[in-house]
Ligand binder design. Structure first.
Ligand SMILES: Cc1cc2nc3c(=O)[nH]c(=O)nc-3n(C[C@H](O)[C@H](O)[C@H](O)COP(=O)(O)OP(=O)(O)OC[C@H]3O[C@@H](n4cnc5c(N)ncnc54)[C@H](O)[C@@H]3O)c2cc1C
Length: 427
């Protein structure tokens, strides 16, 4: 660590930044750039690959604040421990542990208690409550890709008793003060709403008031929005290093340039630790890799379908159905493992009718940025000029715009709003 990085505790307010660099053109980086522009800040977004090259591309696109909650909890831990032993399990851990993964898993296990889950849930509620409104702000500001009301959003189970765990979770979310409107329905009723479900579905829970979007279209539209308002989105240019001093931050790019900014926001997804660690961020960010592909289906579902026991998400995306799932704790740049795709196909085949699961396109793997306590990292660092936004795990699309809105306020005022306190990156 260099001397200027050494001080601990809250960063000092450097004055209102006018020129800000954002590193990473995923949902979080682009939303942050857009909301900084709302306040007149000149933004440059650096992306080492292309817009949406990370997790923001192949995800399920659900805007489901009713489900957004911390990942570590007792049932997930129990399930995960059982599941890793089975080759077709929706959770996969490589046998060759690395030190960083071990640290993440130890932290994850420590946080998997009911008490911590409820505390995390209480932290999510203020963001969840405003998450859809933040999408409406983007739409009103000219971001052209639509969000669709999920009519219906159905969580589907083979047997009625399996729905109890989700119902208990939704009741806990409601108990934490969030408006959640849900109704258990029979398998027959679920099939009447979504004829693509087979009679293997014996029960479902219908959740009202949720939405979904087309992830690639949405991130592209957001990048266009940032450019249309005068921002630069520079693809193919990674950020290799940052140097801050009293007057600003120098960004060292992979192309050898060294531009200066008043502040920098790191939004590099599963790679967050690489640059943020130098600025006091100690929480590890681990890639929780998920897979997706799209298939044709005779009768397109009217809304997303969730199979919690199989950990599979289905979303209507244009003329094809996107099928997504799996949680694989491996390095972000490891190659796509076809066995994981096969496991998803086997899991949903008995539950979907009319879908040609063998006519797959766009097979994809991407990394959810996961933290051991299941809370994102949003706010300042030990440098008064370096901020981080990431670690949203399963919920970075739904919470992207509200994250960008609140982080932009933090950058402008040099102080985080109270609802971001639980997400302090220096915790
Ligand atoms: C299968 C699956 C399904 C999911 N479904 C949903 C869902 O339905 N709803 C939901 O809310 N969330 C969902 N998620 C989670 C969601 O996709 C992520 O939380 C979210 O996309 C994270 O966004 P991000 O911007 O933080 O990261 P990313 O989208 O990964 O963006 C980070 C970007 O930073 C770039 N980058 C990295 N390092 C550098 C560098 N040094 N210099 C420049 N650029 C760099 C990367 O190339 C990348 O483009 C899902 C995830 C998966 C895998």
């Amino acid at each position: 660590m260099r001397p200027e990085d050494a001080h601990q505790g809250p960063a000092l307010v450097p004055g209102t930044p006018r020129r800000v660099a954002v590193v990473g053109a995923g949902m979080i980086g682009l939303a942050t750039a857009w909301f900084l522009q709302e306040a007149g800040v000149a933004v440059t977004v650096y992306e080492r690959d292309d817009v949406g090259a990370g997790a923001s591309w192949g995800n399920a696109g659900w805007l489901t604040p009713a489900l957004a909650a911390p990942l570590p909890e007792p049932a997930v831990l129990r399930y995960g421990l059982r599941a890793v032993a089975s080759p077709s399990s929706p959770v996969y851990l490589p046998l060759r542990f690395d030190r960083a993964l071990l640290r993440f898993l130890t932290g994850f296990a420590t946080n998997s208690t009911s008490r911590r889950w409820r505390a995390g849930l209480a932290a999510y509620v203020p963001l969840n409550q405003r998450s859809l409104e933040a999408f409406d702000t983007l739409a009103a500001g000219g971001v052209l890709a639509p969000t669709h009301p999920a009519r219906p959003f159905l969580a589907c189970f083979r047997r009625e008793r399996q729905a109890a765990a989700l119902v208990a979770e939704l009741e806990a979310i409601r108990g934490a003060g969030q408006d959640v409107d849900f109704h258990p329905v029979t398998g027959g009723r679920a099939r009447a709403m979504e004829p693509a479900l087979t009679d293997g579905v014996g029960a479902a829970v219908r959740i009202a008031g949720q939405r979904y979007l087309h992830p690639p279209e949405y991130v592209r539209a957001l990048a266009l929005g940032v450019r249309a308002r005068g921002g630069a989105v520079v693809s193919g240019t990674g950020v290799a290093d940052l140097h801050h001093d009293l007057g600003g931050v120098t960004v060292v790019t992979s192309t050898g340039e060294r531009p200066r900014y008043d502040a920098v926001v790191l939004a590099t997804g599963a790679e967050l630790g690489r640059l943020a660690g130098r600025f006091g961020v100690r929480q590890p960010v681990q890639a929780g890799r998920g897979y997706s592909f799209s298939v044709p289906i005779e009768q397109m579902p009217r809304g997303p379908m969730y199979f919690p026991a199989q950990r599979v998400a289905c979303t209507p995306l244009g003329s094809r159905l996107r099928v997504a799932g799996m949680m694989e704790f491996r390095r972000p740049d490891d190659p796509l493992d076809p066995r994981r795709i096969a496991a998803i196909v086997d899991a949903v085949r008995p539950l979907l009718t009319g879908a040609d699961l063998d006519d797959r396109r766009n097979e994809w793997v991407g990394s959810r940025p996961c933290t051991p306590d299941g809370l994102p990292l949003i706010g300042g660092t030990t440098s008064p000029r370096v901020y981080v936004a990431g670690g949203h795990g399963m919920w970075g699309i739904a919470l992207g715009p509200i994250t960008g809105q609140l982080l932009a306020q933090t950058v402008l005022k040099g102080e985080a709003p109270p609802e971001l306190a639980p997400f302090d990156p220096l915790r």
